[in-house]
Design a protein around this ligand. Structure first.
Ligand code: UD1
Length: 418
């Protein structure tokens, strides 16, 4: 397994460029299945998950050309698609489940292996399944697969989600684009990724209103056409750089970063003592003292994103004062805390609360990344420790952060693959 070697103590400074969001790009790629012909996704991040999704689409019959230099992918979608997504690929990334909506809409049948993805707690599919059932699909699970069939076609329905799930909103929205009649999704996810996907679907000819609000309305159309779309900039990668600046007494300009997608996390950084300013095409985060501890509760967008929770725990671990971080989205996300304890952090976990007492410096030690964001959080913690930290299972980080060690080096950090 690949490891990262991080030397603590550097003050990160300089400019980093942020590309498209993993959580948008993968969904945009899956949505191209809705229209035969050639679609193009630009501003693509060069990450491992893009290659997994390319392989998945290839197995469904598409011809996929990823160009990492140009940051784009061209996907030629055939008139007749395969309908089976196998476990060997699906287990590698949760976003594979996003082929379910497009496949059931186009082929009226889909067999998708139950997904794996990050080890961040139980990640059910009941909202996806109940929504598609309301639209006329018959769904059961068999031998590790979700098997969905809509022999009488997909029909519009009024659906209320129990929780504003990102994935369920996306699968229901994509399936609804080719349904007969109107679908409404109440308590829909409002994440920018969902809006980005919706805008791509509109470019393909879908009729969708209410993106970014609690209620999305989709009027089904007979067919969609291929389209070209630029992936939205990655707010979680941008946010990670913002925390990196705040934790290393650094000064980082984040090109393409969107402050409007990071209002709560950036407010928290200001509360912690950072100075955040907007630039002509992004924003800048500067910190010249030890951070002050901040209380945070993760929530669906526009709340504090669960994907930045490891970063705020890492910041609080070296901050002045005590803080409480509450995880409301994924129950298993505190696994990361055990790794921080190895670095000497003072954290008590009780259920979905973590109480953190900041210490002035962490103590370098071998640790392991348990998921993409935990991995990035560990890199930040390692940068704020007193020696050399080896991070095992660093492949997780490559799934979400393009060229992370290279970008860190360009900001003055000593981070290498070993
Ligand atoms: C997506 C993101 C992930 C991010 C999360 C929340 C991708 C590939 N991943 O994950 O990085 O952390 O949004 O912003 O885009 N749930 C159910 N039943 C369901 C669906 C979800 O119980 O059918 C629960 C989950 O277990 C979790 C919560 O709802 O506790 C939120 O999950 P959801 O918003 O669906 O997250 P993902 O789409 O999996």
């Amino acid at each position: 397994m690949e490891r990262l070697r991080v030397v603590g103590g550097a003050r990160l400074s300089g400019t980093v460029r942020v590309f498209g969001a993993k959580n948008s790009a993968l969904k945009l790629m899956a949505a191209t299945l809705l229209a035969p012909g050639e679609s193009k996704i630009t501003n693509l991040p060069a990450i491992a998950d893009v290659d997994y999704m390319a392989e998945l689409l290839t197995r469904l019959g598409c011809s996929v050309k990823v160009n990492n230099e140009l940051h784009e992918v061209i996907i030629a979608v055939p008139k007749k698609l395969g309908h089976r997504a196998d476990y060997d690929l699906v287990r590698k990334m949760r976003a594979s489940i996003n082929v379910l909506g497009p496949l059931i809409a186009r082929e009226l049948v889909a067999e998708v292996a139950l997904p794996g993805g990050d080890a961040i707690g139980s990640r059910g599919l009941d909202f996806h399944i109940n929504g598609l059932k309301d639209m006329g699909a018959e769904i059961h699970s068999e031998h590790g697969f979700v098997i969905a069939r809509a022999s009488n076609g997909i029909k519009g329905a009024a659906i209320t989600l129990e929780f504003p799930s990102v994935g369920a909103t996306e699968n229901i929205m994509t399936a609804a684009t080719l349904a007969t009649g109107r679908t409404t999704i109440d308590n829909a996810a409002r994440e920018p990724d969902v809006v980005d996907l919706g805008e791509f679907l509109i470019a393909m000819g879908a009729k969708i209103t209410g993106l970014g609000t609690h209620t999305i309305t989709i009027d089904g159309v007979k067919e969609l056409k291929p389209a070209t779309h630029a992936t939205l900039a990655d707010r979680i990668v941008s946010g990670t750089w913002a925390f990196a600046a705040a934790m290393t007494k650094g000064d980082i300009t984040i090109e393409n970063g969107r402050v409007d997608h990071l209002e709560v996390p950036l407010d928290k950084l200001v509360e912690a003592g950072a100075v955040v300013t907007t630039t002509s095409n992004g924003f800048r985060v500067k910190m010249d003292k030890r951070p002050i501890a901040v209380d945070v509760a993760t929530l669906p967008y526009p709340g504090f994103p669960t994907d930045l929770q490891p970063m705020v725990i890492a910041l609080n671990a070296i901050a002045e004062g005590t803080s409480l971080v509450t995880e409301n989205v994924f129950e298993g996300r505190f696994m990361f805390v055990n790794e921080l304890l190895r670095l000497g952090a003072n954290i008590q976990v009780d259920g979905h609360h973590a109480a953190i007492t900041g210490i002035s410096e962490l103590s370098a030690a071998p640790v392991a990344a348990t998921d993409i964001r935990a991995g990035a959080g560990l890199v930040l913690a390692a940068l704020a420790s007193d020696g050399i930290t080896i991070i095992e299972d660093a492949y997780h980080i490559d799934r979400g952060y393009p060229d992370f060690p290279v970008q860190l080096q360009s900001l003055g950090a000593d981070v290498t693959r070993v």
